[in-house]
Design a binder for this molecule. Structure first.
Ligand code: C5P
Length: 213
């Protein structure tokens, strides 16, 4: 079973994907980490984030073992990731790894922006997880300040809006709900309620597919 979970920054898709994967005993790939790692490596080599060929070269040399680096989670790297993610050449390099991950038995849960539309268009279940920018900003603000980061709620909201704009308007693989994805709005749900709702949607999709097949 392949489960595709897409959505904007701080929608809760990553936490949901992790829990869904654990529930079904499937491997999980947070695909945002791939773009974050490319951004980290580009910055470390002083490669201009707007240099498509340079960033694609960095993507080719990416060591996936380094995706566990906790420094990838910072707001700065998230911002830089959305800049390298605009380059079609970077996306092409990262596509093969994601498809290989998804197609290995017994399946996988992938979360990102273009899983249901580009990476796994034939996924068994597609969820599009969203919440209002204000709710997402508040969640991210609480997470960051909980980790001791000194930042204002306004700055976090501005970052979320900028990232939404960049991810939704880029020419290649923009953030968009796949036509056959189910929307899960988590604005009024805590993580446990969102997880239960996600499981209900997955079970419903699987039983529809079972009936059809
Ligand atoms: O999900 P996360 O915030 O870690 O993603 C960082 C950035 O990587 C996003 O803002 C987006 O630009 C990019 N990304 C992408 N496609 C994906 C996952 C992430 O373009 N599948």
């Amino acid at each position: 079973m392949i489960v595709a979970i897409d959505g904007p920054a701080a929608s809760g898709k990553g936490t949901l994907a992790k829990r869904v994967a654990a529930h079904y005993g499937l491997p999980h790939l947070d695909t945002g980490l791939l773009y974050r790692a490319v951004a980290r490596d580009a910055l470390a080599s002083a490669i201009d984030l707007d240099d498509a060929a340079g960033a694609a070269g960095v993507a080719e040399a990416l060591e996936v073992a380094t995706l566990a680096d906790p420094d990838l989670r910072t707001a700065e790297i998230g911002e830089a990731a959305s800049r390298v993610a605009r380059h079609p050449a970077v996306r092409t390099v990262l596509l093969a790894y994601q498809r290989t991950f998804a197609s290995a038995a017994p399946g996988a849960v992938l979360d990102g922006r273009d899983i249901g539309t580009v990476i796994c268009p034939g996924a068994d279940v597609k969820l599009f997880v969203s919440a209002t920018p204000e709710v997402r900003a508040l969640r991210r603000f609480l997470e960051l300040t909980g980790r001791g980061v000194d930042i204002s709620q306004e700055a976090v909201l501005a970052d979320i809006r900028a990232r939404d704009e960049r991810d939704s308007t880029r020419g290649t693989a923009p953030l968009v709900q796949a036509k056959d994805a189910v929307l899960l709005d988590t604005s009024n749900l805590d993580i446990d309620a969102a997880f239960r709702a996600a499981l209900d949607l997955i079970e419903a999709a699987m039983s529809r597919a079972g009936r059809a097949g």
